[in-house]
Design a protein around this ligand. Structure first.
Ligand code: NAP
Ligand code: MG
Length: 400
């Protein structure tokens, strides 16, 4: 059998612990038997990040920008324990943070749906993709504990010395004060990444703020989104048959809970933090959640939303059987291959991505699943399998 040919390499970022083990299996069992896989490989495993003083992460991010499509394994974000465990030179920054900053990207989380896992929200039939603005607001705030009576003010001093001053509150006793900010450039990049991804997924896009209450701060988000939409996306949305819908945050929450899903929900930073966890848990398992980083100019990086599954890895090292679910890792690879196929006009590669996804979904629908899903499945699983057996079951369907 001749293998499916590729043109441009995919940027492959290897990672840590259990996901690193699964990563190699996914490639060996499900991809390389069918695809003449071309990747530009970067080892983002913690040891190698330490050896290269984290240069490898910067190089991988640059490669992703240059080549347009990347796929990333989960990586350890070191804390004090990890510094000791790996005798690190220092507590390196989160690779995801570094890559996100380099690509100026927005992260979109999308659940993988299977018929035997019912979402906790009965009306949800299609995936709800959550896009979270990852800059500013309360995550980069300044706060003051007000000790007693006094005047709380907001002050801006321009580079030319002009001062703007607004009274927040005349305190009669102790209280609290908070200052937050965002930048026009970051909001515009966020808007463009969201519109780009909605087009890519061919789904409606919803965005909401509290602009009735916050007449400058939230209103600015609303206006900048409208402006970017009018400038670059209105016609493209029309051609794709999708809509951009703006409303208030409380209204959107009510609509999401009553609706059937199937949209991209663009969220301000805090809303995205809170709502993505709600949506993820309602759809079932963390192992069924994919994650895509999209830059405003259309660079894509695919990964699983979960971490390195450390606990399973320690069992694996002791030779014990694990039941880790590789669905999100598989879908990271299929996402990258489909996108690469689309950009390079390789229908065979795109069709293979579809075929691999179908084989994976059919395996679970047929009752063969890992422990995390077996806990949730109706009807109950026919066979609860280990990490490697699950991949073998998918491989068999692919062959068949
Ligand atoms: P985690 O790796 O997501 O795992 C948390 C728990 O969720 C696991 O113990 C497991 O539960 C369950 N789980 C997650 N993925 C699963 C899968 N594929 N199959 C089956 N069960 C799965 O989170 P963590 O343990 O908090 O973090 C471990 C490391 O990952 C940390 O060093 C962190 O820095 C890193 N991390 C990386 C990323 C990334 O690179 N994108 C994201 C998050 C965390 P049970 O033990 O109950 O089976
Ligand atoms: Mg959260």
């Amino acid at each position: 059998m001749t293998k499916i040919a590729m043109k441009t390499p995919i940027v492959e970022m290897d990672g840590d612990e259990m996901t690193r083990v699964l990563w190699a299996w996914v490639k060996d069992k499900l991809i390389t038997p069918y695809v003449d896989l071309k990747t530009e490989y970067y080892d983002l495993g913690l040891k190698h990040r330490d050896d290269t003083d984290d240069q490898v992460t910067l190089d991988a991010a640059e490669a992703n920008r240059r080549l347009g499509v990347g796929v990333k394994c989960a990586t350890i974000t070191p804390n004090q324990d990890r510094v000791k465990e790996y005798t690190l030179k220092q507590q390196w920054k989160s690779p995801n943070g570094t890559i996100r900053a380099a690509l100026d990207g927005t992260v979109f989380r999308k659940p993988i749906l299977v018929p035997n896992i019912t979402p906790s929200v009965a009306s949800w039939k299609k995936p709800i993709i959550v896009g979270r603005h990852a800059y500013g607001d309360v995550y980069k705030n300044a706060e003051i504990a007000v000790p007693g009576p006094g005047t709380g003010e907001l002050v801006f001093t321009g580079a030319d010395g002009t001062v703007k001053r607004v009274l927040i509150q005349e305190f009669k006793g102790p209280g609290i004060l908070q200052g937050i900010h965002n930048t026009e450039q970051s909001i515009r990049s966020f808007a463009k990444s969201c519109f780009t991804y909605a087009l890519d997924e061919k789904v409606d896009m919803w965005f909401a703020t509290k602009d009735t209450i916050s007449k400058i701060y939230d209103q600015t988000f609303k206006l900048l989104f409208e402006d970017e939409f009018a400038k670059g996306y209105r016609e493209k949305f029309k051609a794709a048959g999708i809509e951009y819908f703006y409303t208030l945050i409380d209204d959107v929450v009510a609509r999401v809970m009553k609706g059937e899903g199937g949209m991209l929900w663009a969220c301000k930073n805090y809303d995205g933090d809170v709502m993505s966890d709600m949506v993820a848990s309602a759809f079932g398992s963390l192992a069924m959640m994919t994650s895509v980083l999209v830059s405003p100019d259309g660079v894509f990086e695919y990964e699983a939303a979960h971490g390195t599954v450390q606990k399973h890895y320690y069992k694996h090292l002791k030779g014990e059987k694990t039941s880790s679910n590789s669905m999100a890792l598989i879908f990271a690879w299929t996402g990258a291959m489909r996108k690469r196929g689309e950009l390079d006009h390789l229908p065979a590669l795109m069709a293979f991505a579809d075929r691999l996804e179908k084989a994976s979904l059919d395996t679970i629908a047929g009752g063969v699943m890992t422990g995390d899903l077996a806990r949730l499945a109706t009807p109950p699983a026919k066979q609860v399998v280990g990490s490697e057996e699950f991949l073998d079951a998918i491989a068999e369907r692919l062959r068949g």
